[in-house]
Design a protein around this ligand. Structure first.
Ligand SMILES: *Cc1c(COP(=O)(O)O)cnc(C)c1O
Length: 400
C-alpha cells in the first residue's frame, strides 16, 4: 500500500502544472524553526518559505491576529475603508522614508506597481520619451511581464519574449557601467540592495550612493526592491539603512504577511502626487486579515532589540561560515549580512541541498553553485550550532 506521502506526490505529478521540482516528502506542520513531514521526520528550516517566515512557525501573536480578524471580516475589496488597511499603511510610513503605501498581493505585483508609478510620474513631470528603466545583471524582480522585463536571468526571460521594451541593463556594483545607460530618458533605476536570487550579492556603499547621485542628476527615480532583503533580514529594518541611501520607491512582500500573501509599494509624496484614483488597483489587496498580521510582523521585526539579535546571530553564523570556507576547498566564497547568506560552492548545489534534506536540513539555492540560507529570524544560537555541524558532515562527504 502506498504511504500518504507517495499518494500526495502522485496526485501532484498527475494534476499540478509542473513548474517546480519538489523533493519526495510532504510537509505537514511547523513549530518554531522546525518543519515536520507526513512520516514524522523533522527538518531544521533554513529557507523559511523563501524569506517569508521571519517569525518561524506557529507564532502565537500571528495566529491570534488571524483568528481575531477572520472572525470579524476576511474580505471586502478596496471599494471600502477597513481599519487594518489604514493602520498598516500608517505603521509602514512611520518606519520608513515613505509617505504613502500601495498594497498588492506579492513581490512581483509590488514591482509592477513601482514601474507603473514611475512611468506615470515621469509622464506628468517630464516628456513622454522619459520612460526607460535601468536594471542590473543578477537581478530578480519577479515573473510577471513588467517585473520579468527588469529581471536579468535569460532562463526566465527568453521563453516569453518579447518583454516590455525600454529596459537597459548595467553591471551590478559598477558605477561606470550604470552611468553609460542612465540618461535623461530614464524614468527609474531598480536595484536590490542585496541581490537574493542572483546569488546573495551585497551592493557596495559607493555603488548605491553613486546610483542615487546618477538618478538625481538625470531626474530619474530610484527604486529599491527589498522584497527579500527588507524587514529585518539583514539586521536592519530596511537593507538600505546600512548604506544611508534612500530610494523614492521601495517594494516589499515576502515576510510582510507572516506567511499570508501581501505586497506593498512605498512611495515619497513627490511620486505619490502623480497617482490618482483609477490609475492602479487590486481586488484582493490589503485584505483585513493579512493587514492585521502584517502589523504584528512589522512591530516585531522593527523592535531594536530584535534587530540587534538578528545582527548578533548573523555575526555568529558569519564566523562559523568563515571556518567552513577555511576548512573545505569546496567552499569558494561566503557572502551575506544578518541572516541572509550565500555559500559559493565548487559543486552542484542541488546535490548539497538534497544531502541536507536527507539529514533534516532545508536549504535553498541561488543558481547552480550558491547555497542560500534565509532562516527564520527567530533562529537561535543553538540551532546555528546544529546547522554548522550538519554542514560540516555534508561538506566532508559531498559525493556520497
Ligand atoms: C521573490 C522576489 C520577488 C518576487 O516576489 P513574488 O512574491 O514571488 O512575486 C521580487 N523581488 C525580489 C528581490 C524577490 O526576492
Amino acid at each position: 500500500m502506498a504511504t500518504k506521502a507517495e499518494e500526495i506526490i502522485a496526485l501532484e505529478r498527475e494534476y499540478v502544472l509542473q513548474t517546480y521540482r519538489r523533493p519526495d516528502f510532504v510537509l505537514e506542520r511547523g513549530e518554531g524553526v522546525y518543519l515536520f513531514d507526513s512520516d514524522g521526520n523533522r527538518y531544521l528550516d533554513l529557507i523559511g518559505g523563501i524569506a517569508v517566515n521571519a517569525l518561524g512557525y506557529g507564532d502565537t501573536e500571528i495566529l491570534e491576529a488571524i483568528e481575531q480578524q477572520a472572525k470579524k471580516l476576511v474580505h471586502v475589496s478596496n471599494l471600502y475603508h477597513t481599519e487594518p488597511h489604514a493602520r498598516l499603511a500608517q505603521l509602514l510610513t512611520e518606519h520608513s522614508f515613505a509617505r504613502r503605501v500601495f498594497f498588492c498581493n506579492s513581490g512581483t505585483e509590488s514591482v509592477e506597481a513601482a514601474l507603473k508609478f514611475a512611468r506615470k510620474w515621469a509622464r506628468l513631470s517630464h516628456a513622454p520619451s522619459k520612460h526607460e528603466f535601468v536594471a542590473f545583471a543578477g537581478s530578480f524582480h519577479g515573473r510577471t511581464f513588467g517585473a520579468l522585463s527588469t529581471t536579468s536571468n535569460e532562463k526566465y526571460r527568453v521563453p516569453f519574449e518579447p518583454l516590455v521594451p525600454g529596459v537597459r541593463f548595467a553591471t551590478f556594483n559598477d558605477l561606470v557601467s550604470a552611468s553609460e545607460v542612465v540618461c535623461d530618458e530614464t524614468c527609474a533605476v531598480i536595484v536590490e540592495p542585496v541581490q537574493g536570487e542572483g546569488g546573495v550579492n551585497l551592493a557596495e556603499r559607493d555603488f548605491l550612493v553613486g546610483l542615487r547621485e546618477l538618478c538625481d542628476q538625470h531626474e530619474a527615480l530610484l527604486i529599491f526592491d527589498e522584497v527579500q532583503c527588507g524587514l529585518g533580514r539583514t539586521g536592519y529594518l530596511w537593507a538600505h539603512e546600512f548604506y544611508g541611501v534612500h530610494p523614492d520607491i521601495m517594494c516589499l512582500a515576502k515576510p510582510l504577511g507572516g506567511g499570508l500573501p501581501i505586497g506593498a509599494t512605498l512611495l515619497t509624496e513627490r511620486v505619490a502626487e502623480a497617482i490618482e484614483p483609477g490609475d492602479h488597483g487590486s481586488t484582493f489587496a490589503a485584505n483585513p486579515v493579512v493587514c492585521s498580521v502584517a502589523q504584528v510582523v512589522l512591530r516585531r521585526v522593527s523592535d531594536p532589540a530584535f534587530l540587534a539579535s538578528v545582527r548578533s546571530k548573523g555575526e555568529t553564523l558569519e564566523s562559523e561560515l568563515k571556518c567552513l570556507l577555511e576548512t573545505f576547498p569546496l567552499v569558494t566564497e561566503i557572502r551575506g549580512r544578518g541572516l541572509m547568506w550565500g555559500i559559493e560552492l565548487e559543486a552542484d548545489v542541488r546535490q548539497i541541498v538534497q544531502k541536507g534534506q536527507a539529514m533534516g536540513l532545508l536549504m535553498g539555492s541561488a543558481g547552480d553553485h550558491v547555497l542560500r540560507l534565509l532562516p527564520p529570524l527567530t533562529i537561535e544560537q543553538e540551532h546555528i550550532a546544529q546547522v554548522i555541524d550538519k554542514l560540516r558532515r555534508i561538506l566532508t562527504e559531498p559525493e556520497s
